[in-house]
Structure formats: structure tokens, C-alpha cells
Ligand binder design. Structure first.
Ligand code: DAT
Ligand code: MG
Length: 139
């Protein structure tokens, strides 16, 4: 995947709270183009695989339970410098530390239920995008 792309998820807490539309609007208003998108749900096994890098962390089981408890929106986004730009737009992992106006400052409940995911590198963006999407689903 080209480096002008990143991967995002609107997490179960934000979907449950009815924030899909507002979050997608904020993303597209910030200049991102959606090149793939689906409304789906992670099984516990799939959530565990997605976050396998965190499996030694004390919050891993909580994270897997949370990410599999309801539907999510998964999307691939395109913009110049996409990974860094999306991380700026979503804000710090803990919403208490997130800049005002960022998606997590606006919609996240706490460090565990923090509304959105954004890839942290071009390499992980490519891995995460192919975890969720087949080539024919990316436009
Ligand atoms: P980010 O999602 O900002 O990339 P991360 O990769 O460090 O953050 O962690 C992945 C997710 O794990 C994060 O979005 C929410 C959860 N998490 C991280 N730190 C946590 C903590 N201290 N307590 C509970 N959940 C945590
Ligand atoms: Mg991360």
C-alpha cells in the first residue's frame, strides 16, 4: 500500500454512541479520501490477532473484549502524509491528554474506550489494511 494511505477503525464505543456520521465527516472535512470502508464486527479471535503486538500488556484482554463487543467501521484513508495526519486528527491515546478538537477529545470515553484507531506507521497501515480488506475492496 502506498505511503499516502492509512487505516482507521471507528471503535464499538463510538458506534454505540451514534458518532459514526460525525467522525466520518470530521475525517473527510480534514481532507482524507475514503478508498475502502466496511461496517463489520471483529470476533474475539480476530481482535486478538489485530492487537497481538499488545498481548503482553496488562490491558490486552480488556482491549480484545472491548473491540469485539459490537460493530465497528473499518476504512482505508488517503491523504498526503496520511499516517501522521490521521494520528494528529485523532489525538492522544488517553483522551484526557488529547488536544481540544481532536476526535478522541470529542468522542472518547477513556484510555481503553477511545473511539478510533489510527495506524502508527506506513508498514502497520499496510498490514492492518490487508487484515480487513481484499484488493478488490480498495478503490
Ligand atoms: P493507540 O491506539 O493510540 O495507537 P496503543 O497502540 O498504545 O494506542 O494501544 C492500543 C489500544 O490499546 C488503545 O487505543 C487503547 C488500548 N490501551 C492502550 N493503553 C491502555 C491502557 N493503559 N489501559 C487500557 N487500555 C489501553
Ligand atoms: Mg497503536
Amino acid at each position: 500500500m502506498a505511503s499516502h494511505r492509512t487505516f482507521t477503525m471507528i471503535k464499538p464505543d463510538a458506534v454505540e454512541a451514534g458518532h459514526i456520521g460525525n467522525i466520518l465527516k470530521q475525517i473527510t472535512d480534514s481532507g482524507f479520501k475514503i478508498v475502502a470502508m466496511k461496517f463489520t464486527r471483529l470476533s474475539k479471535q480476530k481482535a486478538g490477532e489485530f492487537y497481538a503486538v499488545h498481548q503482553e500488556r496488562p490491558f490486552y484482554q480488556e482491549l480484545v473484549d472491548f473491540m469485539s463487543r459490537g460493530p465497528i467501521v473499518a476504512a482505508i484513508l488517503e491523504k498526503e502524509n496520511a499516517v501522521e495526519e490521521l494520528r494528529k486528527l485523532i489525538g492522544a491515546t488517553n483522551p484526557a491528554n488529547a488536544e481540544p478538537g481532536t476526535i478522541r477529545a470529542l468522542y472518547a470515553k477513556n484510555v481503553g474506550e477511545n473511539a478510533v484507531h489510527g495506524s502508527d506507521s506506513d508498514e502497520n497501515a499496510a498490514i492492518e489494511a490487508s487484515f480487513h480488506f481484499a484488493g478488490v475492496e480498495i478503490f
